[in-house]
Design a protein around this ligand. Sequence first.
Ligand SMILES: [Zn+2]
Ligand SMILES: [Zn+2]
Length: 350
Amino acid sequence: MPGYAVLGEPWWIALVWILVAGHLTNMVNTLYLHRSATHGGVVFHPVVEHAMRFWCWLTTGIVTKEWVAIHRKHHAYADREGDPHSPTLEGLANIAFGGLFFYRKAAQDETLLEKYGKGTPDDWVERNVYTRRRGLGIRIMLVLNLYLFGLIPGLIVWTCMVFWMPLTGNIINGLGHALGYRTFGTRDDSHNLYPWGIWILGEELHNNHHADPRSAKFKAHWWEFDIGWFYIRILSVLRLANVLYARTATPREFAAKFYRDSADRMNRRLDRALSRIQRTREAGLRRIERAREEQSLKRLDRAAARARARLDRVRPGKFARVARAKAEAGAELDRAREAARTRILRAAEA
Ligand SMILES: [Zn+2]
Ligand SMILES: [Zn+2]
């Protein structure tokens, strides 16, 4: 048994734990609650599924039936009257900062839960533990964190863990219906938050998901990376997941089949992108040419400067030598002149 506050020092252990736990929570959110329990695109091995249900109870207190029902209703009414959490109807700030309030309100609607919550787990553990004692898991997590990290760090770690899921949800339900790009012309306002939203494990590809909700694979373009789908592939190789449906059509084919308007728009966008690439390429080539010319001019300038410097180094020495020779020659001349004068004077006296 580890001792009290054994993980309290150094501080970064707590940070790593928050990030790892948050990653696991995001994984449970996208793989189990969303892609499997709500839309049925994939089913997991009972052991994997239960591990995810257990983690969900421990860190979020979310009841599968409630989450699934609210999310299915969101798809049925996306961004129209009846959507439990639409930034188009409620305002982006309200969903991005107060999404939990809208979730709680919808979760109290028994009719909604009965109508949209069908097919969710209803075994003994679900009824007697995960639903009846929904708050027990996060309390156990609180005790565990306080014990492992000490009082203050433990409280901080636990707060981060508990608020992780509402924050993720608010980002997807708020920003995922307001910011980013759209690949498919769905009737709602869903957007893809790629690439900065990558830490939410594929949930950032929210427009792709609304276009084809049952698909266990959210990525549409080859350049989009869907971490959740990556994990599903690994689990299915290990025979721990069974993919029931994953979109295989290219975005262009899929849009042409189900979103004709958006297919035309996508074609136009692709054409525009191609001509933009062409223009960028030509401008780049021109820049390279200019740079080359400038470089050769600079090389010439440098050679001239080097030659000048050499000349400057040589010049003073040469001048000094010439001046010395001149002075010596002058002195020699003076001496010769003097001797000649003396000789002439002597000859005259004689
Ligand atoms: Zn949505
Ligand atoms: Zn969905």
